[in-house]
Design a binder for this molecule. Structure first.
Ligand code: ZN
Length: 504
């Protein structure tokens, strides 16, 4: 474009300031989860609410709407892939959605979730679903109201899912999950018959946490994470956040008696962090400076954690280094038992501890129950029984109490329904992307076996990272792989890797 229309300049100025508020809120939230003393909690909640409320008011203003309207027609003529056309296209979609939800409804959900979170913490500690039930009733009601306000064509769930995975439809997720279920449930049952409860005991030897930390940082550096533009700290729950494209924060947690917690957590968050650091600098402060969706973001973390971090190739390079760093614990361990241990499959109650094979079954169960709750096919007071019945059906085990069952995850107490499928979508995207990378980069697995990730990172940056939020997930997957999202690559990957490990 020769000269930018003045409306575009003004829109960019306003979006820049709004993005500043979001990034400032991210700093406060990061601090809250890393260094803030407990006494700071009440004031911090007010500060965060003020920043978020202000950002929402600025973004949904009539002025922003008028600028977007003035740009709608001219932007349709600009190159679809350009920063400018993408900015108008994506911001119009965000704006129309944000305007549909009444501010009072957002405030009510924020208020209800604050109380619900406190009740959930207590309910989980006491394994008593009844304490959480009245709060869940309100959260489901409010989510139904939000879905009605946002609008949907087929399923109520479509409107909620769209908040996390733009334009993904419930029917498409259900079809993918049906395929996964048909393939994975029998595999899990086959493996469960021959599983050895102690096959990962060799990972449970005490290890110095400082050395664990150093090992993780060395892997992050090899992955290409830029420590001039980011850092890692400790937190109770690992997460990644970014204050700008040039300041990306990772966190991890350390368990002195189980090193995979820190290492795989670090690699996972590192995958998120590389995505944030790889966004095109021209997207900074536009609102396009973020991942395409939660599912696409998760594809990056899972690609590094599972497809690379739990592969033979990766450990052929790092296993000798691990033995060197931890001679007492690892000297007598052979490669094969180690590789089996980090890929051990066991039906278990807790989603976040689940292995690659059982993980998606945990997600499916939540997806189905969320739909049943929103479409009123299950009475909420019967939810624990419904949960346990599905656990038995998919994983062959029944949680002994609700803390290990229906109460385990934080998401519902935070007011979020429609979020869970993005974890499984991330798994599917990750394999589809990685298969394409293997076709495009000759000798990729040999490079990984040498601890050289540079070509892979270049490929990820070019094909995925740099675009930020320019494309919805369906566009991005088609653009990167030439195909639509499907479960086939993922199922083939699972069958091959775990078929070999468990002689299926
Ligand atoms: Zn993640």
């Amino acid at each position: 474009m020769e000269s930018e229309p003045k409306e575009l300049q003004e829109l960019k100025r306003r979006l820049g300031e709004i993005r500043d508020l979001h990034r400032a809120a991210a700093v406060l939230s990061w601090d809250q989860q890393t260094y803030m003393p407990p006494g700071g909690a009440a004031a911090r909640a007010e500060q965060l609410a003020t920043l978020q409320r202000t950002a929402h008011i600025w973004f949904t203003s009539d002025e922003v709407g008028q600028l977007l309207e003035a740009l709608r027609a001219p932007a349709a003529e600009w190159d679809y892939d350009s920063d400018e056309a993408s900015l108008v296209r994506v911001t119009l979609r965000d704006y129309e959605k944000a305007r549909r939800i009444p501010p009072a409804l957002i405030a009510e959900l924020a208020r209800v979730s604050t109380l619900a979170y406190e009740a959930w913490v207590k309910a989980k500690a006491m394994a008593d679903f009844a304490l959480f039930l009245p709060h869940l009733e309100k959260i489901v009601d409010l989510n139904i109201q939000i879905a009605e306000a946002l609008g949907y064509q087929e399923r109520l769930y479509d409107a909620l899912l769209d908040q996390y995975e733009p334009q993904m439809k419930t029917a498409q997720v259900a079809a993918l999950f049906d395929q996964l279920k048909a393939e994975l449930v029998p595999i899990v049952k086959d493996i469960a018959r021959q599983t050895d409860p102690d096959d990962d005991a060799l990972l449970r030897r005490p290890m110095d946490v400082q050395k664990q930390w150093d090992f993780g940082l060395a892997v992050l550096r090899d992955m290409g994470f830029d420590f001039n533009r980011g850092r890692q700290d400790r937190s109770v729950h690992p997460f990644t956040t970014a204050f700008s494209i040039d300041d990306v924060r990772l966190t991890t947690r350390l368990d002195p008696n189980y090193f995979p917690t820190a290492l795989f957590g670090t690699i996972h968050e590192g995958g998120h962090g590389l995505y944030e650091q790889g966004l095109a600098p021209t997207l900074e402060r536009t609102g396009l400076d973020d991942g395409a969706s939660l599912g696409i973001h998760e594809s990056q973390s899972r690609l590094w954690e599972n497809l690379i971090g739990r592969s033979r190739a990766f450990w052929s390079h790092y296993f000798p280094r691990l033995q060197q760093m931890f001679p007492e614990q690892m000297r007598d361990v052979e490669f094969e038992p180690f590789y089996r241990a980090i890929n051990s499959v066991k039906p278990s109650f807790i989603r976040v501890e689940a292995d690659e094979v059982t993980y998606n079954l945990h997600i499916m169960l939540r997806f189905e129950l969320e739909n049943d709750m929103l479409e009123r096919r299950v009475r909420l007071r019967d939810l624990p029984e419904a949960w346990n019945a599905k656990m038995e059906e998919y994983l062959g085990i029944v949680p002994p109490n609700d803390a290990l069952g229906v109460l385990q995850d934080v998401h519902w107490s935070g007011g979020m329904l429609g979020y869970f499928p993005t974890y499984s979508l991330g798994n599917l995207y990750s394999v589809q992307f990685f298969e394409k990378a293997k076709r495009d980069i000759s000798g990729l697995m040999d490079q990984i076996a040498r601890g050289d990730f540079s070509e892979l990172l270049k490929w990820l940056r070019q094909n995925i990272h740099q675009h930020g939020r320019k494309y919805i997930p369906a566009e991005l997957v088609l653009k990167v792989t030439g195909n639509e999202l499907a479960a086939t690559d993922y199922i083939r990957y699972i069958k091959q890797k775990f078929g070999e490990l468990y002689s299926l």
